[in-house]
Design a protein around this ligand. Structure first.
Ligand code: ADP
Length: 228
């Protein structure tokens, strides 16, 4: 495998991992893969995987480690990139992190893995997700905020700036599912960070509780020196 650099974003739901990943893709030409987007695409396309995971997603629970790893491995097979690849939302458990290492196998010797942790208080996450709208087009899935004054507001109400499709709410942005997602995140966060620390990762932290442009600026600083 000719991969050079993998960036793993670890952070609670709504911490800006997806938005920052998109900025890295647009402005730095990096590649991103969001396991949440892959899952939602399966559901929209009503594939057999989509039917299997629909309930877990709606209720804010994790999809099985095996299934989610298969999705990521399939994605990798079509993307032997020389630019950094951001894994947004994967791995989320120690089991996923070891499966990923297994998959990367001998490539991981020459591969640089950078793990970045996003910090955002739970109260800010709840408020953000309450105001979040997403593009309903499965090939777009752009994210917006209806918070007054937000730099992520759409230009026209309820219309995607990118593809002009209608905006809607995510099925798992209801309050019960948001609390469940936060609970699930906190259940795995520490052991996942420990796993990467044991691998010798230093794990820089960024303050995700600020406007997305500032988070992106911090990420760029953190990433300086990553050799592609
Ligand atoms: P969130 O910001 O809530 O984490 P995502 O779009 O990243 O949103 O993920 C949405 C849902 O997709 C998760 O709640 C989970 O059901 C499923 N999912 C995404 N990534 C993973 C993963 N690595 N392991 C298990 N389930 C996942």
């Amino acid at each position: 495998m000719s991969l050079k650099s993998i960036v793993v974003f670890i952070g609670p739901p709504g911490s800006g991992k997806g938005s920052v990943s998109r900025l890295c893709a647009q402005q730095l030409n990096w590649k991103q893969v969001s396991t949440g987007d892959l899952c939602r695409r399966h559901i929209q396309e009503k594939t057999s995987i989509g039917k299997e995971i629909d309930f877990a997603i709606k209720s804010g629970k994790l999809v099985s480690d095996r299934l989610i790893t298969e999705m990521v491995c399939d994605w990798f097979k079509g993307h032997e990139e020389n630019t950094p690849i951001i894994l947004d939302g994967y791995p989320r458990t120690v089991e996923q992190a070891s499966l990923l290492n297994e998959f990367l196998g001998s490539a991981s010797q020459s591969l640089k893995i950078t793990v970045v942790r996003f910090l955002v208080p739970d109260s800010a996450v709840v408020e953000r997700l309450r105001m979040r709208y997403v593009c309903k087009n499965k090939d777009c899935q752009a994210v917006y905020s209806m918070r007054p004054g937000s730099s992520q507001a759409p230009q026209k109400p309820h219309v995607c700036d990118v593809c002009e499709s209608e905006l809607g709410r995510r099925q798992d942005d209801n309050i019960e599912a948001v609390y469940e997602r936060l609970k699930v995140y906190h259940t795995h966060e520490e052991s996942l960070l420990e796993f990467y620390k044991r691998m010798g990762q230093s794990i820089p932290e960024v303050d995700g509780d600020q406007p997305i442009e500032q988070v992106f600026a911090e990420i760029k600083q953190v990433m300086e020196g990553i050799v592609v």
